[in-house]
Write a protein that binds this ligand. Sequence first.
Ligand code: GLN
Length: 194
Amino acid sequence: TPLVGVLALQGDVPEHLKALTASGARATTVRRPEELARLDGLVLPGGESTTISKLAALFGLTEPLRARIAEGLPVYGTCAGMILLADKILDPRAGQETFGGIDMIVRRNAFGRQNESFEASVAVTGIEGPPVDGVFIRAPWVESTGAATEVLATYGGHPVAVRQGNALATSFHPELTGDHRLHGHFTELVRAAA
Ligand code: GLN
């Protein structure tokens, strides 16, 4: 059974632990660089990407995380986690660094003030059955992608689910819906890579 860590500095960590366990993975929280070596996969949760990146720097995690992701560790980021996986952010805040892993430029809080939070049906390539219930909370969208980045879903004309190699990211939060198909898909990716 693969061991999947959830970066537990800030954000919706318990929801991801539950979704991973329900998907047949072993799930554990991660806060220290030493904890990265034994992982078969990693989830970057939703939350506040600026806070998570500052805490990661404080905990000495930024470089170890970058290295592990660059090595091909399967990784899945939701919302703030998507932002952290972007090679580049439009208008980053001071001190906001990403771990990278997906060749894309992400726009934070892209869906605007009026629609800060909403739900929408999203058809995701590779996810069987009905569309996923996409929960968007001050969500980013993908502004542009590099050649190796596959767009798995769009909403309103903007990519909201992408994959590059073993790195997967969604603008929305499947961990909040009780529909574990995306976590199941990620767990399969982790199994295949192990
Ligand atoms: N707007 C947040 C950010 O920029 C992301 C929100 C979320 O994860 N729900 O980090």
